[in-house]
Design a protein. Structure first.
Length: 235
């Protein structure tokens, strides 16, 4: 069942965010990424066998997107984006870089961490190298999908801060996307509110609020998706 969010989650942009009431503010609701993609496909069934293109954010978004695309009988491609991580902790991101060079930085976090200009430039360079390598490995010489006519469904395995998704959205706008739908199994309410004005619709099965949000908490089975697995799925 797809519903409009209601005031109990205090969503400022309720007009274009959809969730599943029975999954709201719960953890461990998906067996794995594949099952999460199936759940999302039921929410987006109006796009089944249309000209919409499913665009996955690697690496974790690819199994979700592949499951969704298979069930909706849609074409699958990737939008390569990478977090900009702290020099001393590669698990923590303070921004993101997209395949077209789009960069977004969390200025508040930069100030808190007292990062220097040199630190930031070096971290952006590392993330950019990763993006370009993945773009070549995942897409090869394949032309980018025509987004002027076809709706784009942008998929990741979850939204925490929203920076990676926002950079992906901006990059797709540079590609001339005409209709952009974000589809994620789980997401933090505050981050979804930031993304909402930038896209046409957001479908998020499991919306959670409060402190201590982690994408992994929505899954019973969680693992890092390796690049060779991504390549196998895309083949």
């Amino acid at each position: 069942m797809v519903i409009f969010m209601t005031d109990d989650l205090r969503c400022e942009f309720c007009h274009n965010i959809y969730d599943l009431l029975e999954l709201r503010n719960r953890t461990g609701v998906f067996r794995d990424r594949e099952q999460a993609g199936l759940k999302l496909s039921l929410m987006l069934k109006e796009y089944k066998e249309t000209d919409a293109v499913v665009l996955a954010i690697p690496a974790g978004g690819v199994p979700v997107a592949a499951s969704l695309a298979e069930n909706l009988k849609l074409n699958l491609d990737v939008v390569v984006v990478s977090k900009i991580t702290l020099p001393w902790n590669t698990e923590v991101g303070y921004g993101a870089v997209a395949f077209d060079g789009t960069v977004k930085i969390n200025e508040d976090m930069v100030a808190q961490m007292e990062l220097t200009t040199e630190d930031i430039e070096e971290d952006i360079a590392k993330a950019s190298q990763k993006v370009q390598r993945r773009f070549k490995n995942f897409r090869g010489s394949k032309p980018f999908p025509d987004l002027l006519e076809n709706p784009a469904i942008l998929v990741d395995d979850g939204v925490a801060s929203g920076f990676t998704m926002l950079v992906a959205v901006e990059a797709l706008k540079h590609q001339g996307v005409s209709q952009l739908i974000v589809a994620v199994p789980t997401g933090h309410l505050q981050a979804l509110e930031k993304i909402s004005p930038e896209v046409d619709h957001i479908y998020c099965a499991n919306i959670r609020g409060g402190w201590g949000f982690a994408v992994a908490d929505a899954y019973q089975t969680w693992y890092d998706v390796e690049e060779d697995v991504v390549m196998d799925i895309l083949k």
